[in-house]
Design a binder for this molecule. Structure first.
Ligand SMILES: NC(=O)c1ccc[n+]([C@@H]2O[C@H](COP(=O)([O-])OP(=O)(O)OC[C@H]3O[C@@H](n4cnc5c(N)ncnc54)[C@H](OP(=O)(O)O)[C@@H]3O)[C@@H](O)[C@H]2O)c1
Length: 261
């Protein structure tokens, strides 16, 4: 059977590198888009090829995509992991990198899916619904918009057999961020205490969910967002504060008092 062809946008670093490695290990033919060359881990993967492109250059993106299809064949999976990290206007950067580039590529690719499993996976974030004040408003707006674009395309592309889903990670450990958490053991310990699963997730765990959404195991799943945060975002913030301060809630405090008297 022919290896599935997966095009991974932003597959060179961070969570994207884990997705690339994970799909390559599962036998996919992997094509990767990013501006800068990947490191050796990605370069040495079998059946992987890298194309340098700035996603915000629509003409170059279209040309590169057509070249990939011509050289490596139509795609089975299209995965988006890019985010804006530049120094120019954060709002515009986020809109161009996260939204316009994704829209351009999905529209271009929709007619170029190969027979077999056809899946689009977009990495959103818990910031599609929850607010982190030190991240820009554009990041929050873009992630929320991506989730709605997923639902829109799930309806529009469903008749062609293309499934469209998103994955929303919380904070996860990546090669690039490991040192920060090791250098801040108090913070790491608190994150672990707050998370129902009792630890910080790993980028490879996000990658496995992406792989699931690309495979036949999820063949009737479309238009969904899967949160990968160990259950952290399920909890009511006030109860978390009480838990952190070890202050019992009013009812429990009264009951304790009654039991004592
Ligand atoms: N890290 C987390 O804990 C976390 C949590 C929730 C959600 N997420 C989401 O998960 C995804 C991956 O996050 P990450 O932290 O792993 O990201 P990252 O390390 O910043 O990697 C982003 C990838 O996208 C590429 N990219 C960015 N701008 C590009 C452009 N204009 N043209 C072409 N390629 C571009 C980068 O390569 P070049 O720079 O070489 O172009 C890189 O390969 C993002 O969508 C992020 O919002 C991450």
């Amino acid at each position: 059977m022919k290896a599935p062809h997966s095009l991974i946008v932003g597959g060179t670093r961070g969570i994207g590198r884990e997705v690339t490695c994970c799909l390559a290990a599962k036998g996919h033919q992997v094509s990767i888009l990013a501006r800068r060359l990947p490191g050796n881990t990605v370069k040495r993967l079998p059946r992987s090829r890298y194309w340098s492109v700035d996603l915000t250059d629509a003409a170059l993106l279209a040309k590169t995509f057509m070249e990939i299809v011509e050289k490596r064949g139509k795609i089975n999976n299209l995965i988006f992991l890019q985010r804006y990290r530049g120094d120019s206007d954060a709002w515009q950067g986020e809109m161009d990198t996260s939204l316009t580039a994704t829209k351009n590529l999905v529209e271009l690719a929709a007619d170029r899916f190969a027979p077999g499993e056809k899946s689009i996976v977009i990495i959103s974030s818990i910031n599609a619904s929850l607010i982190v004040p030190y991240l820009p408003v554009g990041y929050h707006a873009a992630k929320a918009a991506l989730c709605q674009m997923v639902r829109y395309w799930a309806v529009l592309l469903g008749p062609r057999g293309i499934r469209v889903n998103s994955v929303s990670p919380g904070t996860v450990l990546k090669e690039e961020s490991k040192a920060y958490f090791l250098d801040n053991p108090k913070l790491s310990a608190l994150y672990c205490r707050m998370t129902p699963l009792g630890r910080i997730g790993r980028a490879s765990e996000v990658a496995e969910v992406v792989a699931f959404l690309c495979g036949a195991q999820s063949s009737f799943v479309t238009g969904q967002d899967i949160v990968v945060d160990g259950g952290l975002s399920l909890q009511w913030q006030e109860s978390l504060v009480r838990e952190m301060l070890r202050v019992p809630n009013e009812g429990a405090a009264k009951a304790k008092k009654r039991n004592k008297s």
